[in-house]
Every structure is written in C-alpha cells, then in structure tokens.
Design a binder for this molecule. Structure first.
Ligand code: ATP
Ligand code: MG
Length: 418
C-alpha cells in the first residue's frame, strides 16, 4: 500500500522523516535521524518525534521541500511538512562560547561529527541512517545505551559550564530511562549544582514539570536531592530527606498533585498538623520559582488545603462528602489522600472509596431544586442571607432531607423566617 496516496492512513512520523532523509540524500547530502529518536528506537521505545540532521543548509532544505518554515533561524532549524507530519530538520552545527551558561554565542554549520559533539549526553549524540539501516556513533553512545549510563559528551565540567540546564536533563533522562549517571558526570554536577540559578526559571520549571509528570518522578526527585540540585531548583535550603508521599503517588497523578506531594515531603514532617501547613504561601513561592501557571499553583494550594478535610471523612456529613466528591479536583485529592495515608497510616482508604462509590451512584452534584429567583418570587429582597439559605437548602437536598421542589421551597421559607 502506498501510504502517500492513501489519504485515510494514519500519519506516520517515522515514514515522513525517512522520506525527508531520502530526498536529502538523493540531492547529494548527508542526512540522518538524530538525537532522542535514535536513542529511543535503539532501546525499543516509541520516540516522541523524529528529528533529522543534515549537512544541507536551511536555504537548500527550503528548496527541496514544498512546505517549510524556519523555526530556529539562528540555529538553522527548519520544519518540513509532508505526509501530514512535521519533521524538524536541523543543519549540522558547532556551537561555542556559552558566556551566560545557557545560549551559545556562536553557531557555525559543520559536519555530523561536530554536531554529535555539541550534544549533551552520549546516548543523545547518535545518528541513524534509515535507508542504510546504519547507526553512526562518534561518541560511544551505543555502549552507554547498553550499559544504561548517562554520560556527558567530552569533559563534563566544561559541558555543564556551557549550559547548566544539562544538569537537570541528566537527572530527567536517568530517572525516565532508569539509567545511572556516570561517576565523572555526577561528580561534575555536584561541583556545579549551585550555579543552576544562572538558568532562567522558565527552563528550570519546564524540566521539573517533565520530571514530575512521569511515573519515574520519585527517582528524579531522589536524584535531585542526592546531587544537591533540589535547593537551587526550588530556591530552598537543600535537603536529602526521603520523599515517601511522592513515591506512593499513583503513576497517573498530574503535575499539581505531584507538586503537592513534594511540598508535603519537604515541609510537613511526620506527626505535624496538616492544618498548619502554609498552603498558600508555599504554592505562591513555588509558583514564582518554578514559573507555574495559575491553574497549577491554585491546584497545589487547593489540594493542600482540602486534604485534611478529606482525611476526616468518617466525621463528615453526607452533604460535606458529596461536595468534596463534586469538586473538579476530586481525583487530585483522592490520589493525594491515598499516597499520604498509605505512608502515614491511620485511615481506611478503601472504606472511603466504597462510600464514595455509593454517593456517586446517588449523584453528588444534582441540579439545585431552587435558585435565587425563587427567593425573589417569594418576595424576599436580595441580600447576604440568600447565599446562606440556598446553601442550606442544597445541603438538605444532598442529604435527601428534601425530595422535591415543594419541600425545598418550604424549607427555604423556614430558613428565611428564622
Ligand atoms: P525527549 O524524548 O525528551 O524529547 P530528546 O533527546 O529528543 O528527548 P530534546 O530536548 O527534544 O531531547 O532535544 C533533542 C536533542 O537535542 C537531544 O537528544 C540532544 O542531542 C540535543 N540537546 C537538547 N538540549 C540540549 C542541551 N541543552 N545541550 C546539548 N544538547 C541538547
Ligand atoms: Mg525530543
């Protein structure tokens, strides 16, 4: 079957990238798959995307393909659109002079070998020729893939000095792939850890988000602690304390939940009172230091604030419990409660889940039987009592004390006449 003419076939990024390599090679250029996709294919994983590297300069790439767009002009990166996919095509380059420890001062187009040497870790410095089915390895990446090691290409001190963010990338790849960080590379990170504050908070925040949203998050955070990177990452004093709540968190928990678990591990010692945790203050501080969106930061704050209430489940009335279950962030609270009580005990999580299932069956967020309009229609003047009375009547509805509109209206009048 010809994938290009069949408009209904699923987009196939690997086939598209292979086509890009073929067109470039047929025009007389060197072109390979490069970076992360080679690493992932070699270890039998599905790459996120397929990047191509070539000796063809960007103008030539633009001429060879119909739909192209320059993305990293200074770096010679082009996006090629074909077969309903976007393939990133980068011209082989050499970089040097990282004066500010994050962006190269100079970029020069070069060959595959130099392009491999500017990359961060050996497992990320591999090329693959999909037409010849051949790996091109200038940096010993294949051996390190086999040994499961993250090793800086070249002299680690120099390489981290060029871009301190690479220290966090090392941790992220080690955690995600389940690899060890090579001794010399780890020692260099130890020497440079405190310089992470020279990197923009946005870039640090993005790395932390990638670490915490992967199921290997506890390993990543453990490595941050061991390498003394946690302090600079969070702008807090470093601590190598264990992170049991984060470890116990369900794999699918979201970013805000993972951050809340990490806050608890760092700032809420066992035996302390959860109500004493300064949720707002901590969420605000982490928002600034990790450049969290308002949604994530509010989510962290709300999860930390509501958790102690969830943990009093057995004492809560039906309406309180249904209101908790109706919260849009209930899954977050449930994940956090499960991890927290799994570690610190004293709570029957399975019983809570059973109860929740029963309440969900009854309906935890029914349409309110009455509204403010009913109060106005009954001749009351809008005022602060409205909100309170409507909440009282809705509680009665959630608890099954009023079954229909007539009963709700009658209860409403009783409350207004108090
Ligand atoms: P992922 O699967 O997370 O996307 P990746 O290896 O593709 O992993 P990217 O951040 O997409 O990582 O970068 C693509 C490639 O560019 C890397 O494999 C690496 O060769 C190179 N690279 C990226 N960031 C840096 C950096 N800060 N310093 C040196 N090389 C880098
Ligand atoms: Mg990538």
């Amino acid at each position: 079957m010809n994938g290009m003419s069949d408009g209904h076939a699923q987009p196939d990024p690997r086939a598209a990238a292979t086509k890009v390599v073929e067109v470039l090679q047929e025009a007389g250029h060197t072109a390979y798959f490069a970076g992360g996709c080679v690493r992932d294919v070699l270890r039998g994983a599905e790459p996120k995307d397929y990047d191509v590297a070539t000796d063809a300069p960007p103008e030539v790439v633009a001429q060879l393909f119909r739909k192209t767009r320059a993305v990293g002009q200074a770096f010679g990166v082009m996006l090629v659109r074909l077969m309903r996919c976007e393939v990133e095509v980068a011209t082989f380059r050499t970089e040097w002079g990282y004066e500010d420890g994050r962006r190269p001062d100079h970029v020069e187009f070069s060959d595959a070998e130099h392009d491999a040497q500017r990359r961060d870790f050996t497992i990320n410095g591999l090329f693959y020729d999909p037409l010849a089915d051949r790996v091109i390895d200038y940096v010993g990446g294949q051996a390190d893939l086999e040994r499961k090691v993250i090793r800086a290409i070249g002299a680690p001190d120099e390489r981290f000095g060029e871009d301190y963010l690479r220290m966090l990338r090392a941790v992220r790849f080690a955690a995600r792939l389940g690899f060890a960080i090579d001794d010399a590379t780890a020692a260099a990170i130890g020497r440079h850890a405190d310089k992470l504050d020279r990197i923009s908070r946005e870039r640090v925040g993005m790395e932390v988000e990638m670490m915490l949203t992967h199921r290997s998050r506890a390993k990543a955070v453990g490595l941050l602690g061991r390498l003394r990177l946690d302090g600079p990452v969070l702008s807090e004093p470093a601590t190598d304390a264990p992170t049991p709540v984060l470890e116990a968190l369900a794999a699918e928990a979201d970013y805000a939940t993972a951050l809340a678990a990490w806050v608890i591990d760092r700032h809420h010692p066992a035996g302390g009172d959860l109500y004493m945790l300064k949720a707002k203050q901590l969420a605000d501080r982490w928002q600034r230091t990790l450049v969290l969106s308002n949604g994530v930061s509010d989510g962290v704050c709300a999860a930390l604030r509501e958790l102690p209430t969830v943990l009093r489940w057995g004492e809560l009335g039906v309406a309180r419990r249904k209101r908790l279950l109706a919260r849009p962030d209930w899954a977050r609270l449930e994940h956090l409660a499960e991890a927290y009580t799994g570690v610190r005990g004293g709570f029957d999580f399975a019983a809570m889940q059973n109860d929740a299932t029963g309440l969900f069956e009854q309906g935890v967020a029914p349409e309110p039987l009455i509204s403010g309009d009913d109060l106005v229609a009954a001749g009351y003047l809008p005022g602060p009592a409205f909100k309170r009375v409507l909440a009282e009547v809705y509680d009665a509805q959630l608890e099954g004390r009023v079954a229909d509109r007539a009963e709700a209206l009658s209860l409403m009048r009783q409350w207004m006449e108090r």
